[in-house]
Design a protein. Structure first.
Length: 202
């Protein structure tokens, strides 16, 4: 019989130890997918206009999301008590996508990915000082370790032009700004649906 931990999902429901472990495994797989995605985008951007790559990525995601979400949730997937917040979040994701693709045009994938992985640190800082959430000492240690790892990759004298570093840093700030707040107010299905449709309509 599974035990319930003191962790909760983005929807606010308590998680069992098995569910928490599954969530961590999903996160690892997601990060691996992001690595492949960034490499693929870098390859495409060498020969295809950025807007075309960006549009096709989110057009496909919108179609796939609709096919997966609507049969399971119906129109309820679009019900939200924070419509303006969802639109703002969609615009922030659009901004971060433009910044991400612009970064990949100008810098190596490894350096870009290292800076992008600072997002957990940014989210943790915003959660603690803006949303006033409790952040354990262990979590501070983990996210600080991630920052150290990023600094080891993005080091002085590396292959990245220092003047381009501000682009992915802005992307991290844009992506992190409303991420936690919106998932607290809506289900993860609603957050995903609004995000992809906001991006597709632009």
């Amino acid at each position: 019989m599974s035990t319930v931990s003191n962790r909760t999902s983005a929807d606010g429901y308590p998680l069992s130890a098995q569910q928490a472990l599954a969530g961590m495994l999903y996160a690892v797989v997601a990060m691996a997918c992001f690595a492949v995605l960034d490499t693929t985008n870098k390859f495409l951007l060498a020969s295809v206009p950025m807007l075309m790559v960006l549009w096709f990525r989110y057009a496909f995601q919108a179609v796939a999301t609709t096919a997966l979400m609507l049969p399971r949730r119906g129109r309820a997937v679009f019900h939200t008590g924070a419509f303006k917040l969802q639109i703002i979040r969609g615009l922030l994701l659009l901004t971060s996508s433009f910044l991400a693709f612009g970064s990949l045009i100008r810098m190596p994938v490894a350096e870009f990915s290292a800076i992008a992985m600072l997002s957990p640190l940014a989210v943790t800082i915003l959660a603690r000082f803006i949303l006033k959430e409790h952040v354990s000492t262990l979590r501070w240690i983990f996210v600080s370790g991630g920052m150290v790892g990023a600094l080891l990759i993005v080091r002085p004298g590396g292959s990245m032009e220092p003047s381009h570093a501000w682009i992915p840093l802005l992307m991290v700030l844009s992506y992190s700004s409303l991420d936690r707040k919106s998932t607290r107010l809506n289900s993860s299905h609603t957050v995903i649906s609004y995000a992809v449709f906001c991006l597709k309509e632009k």
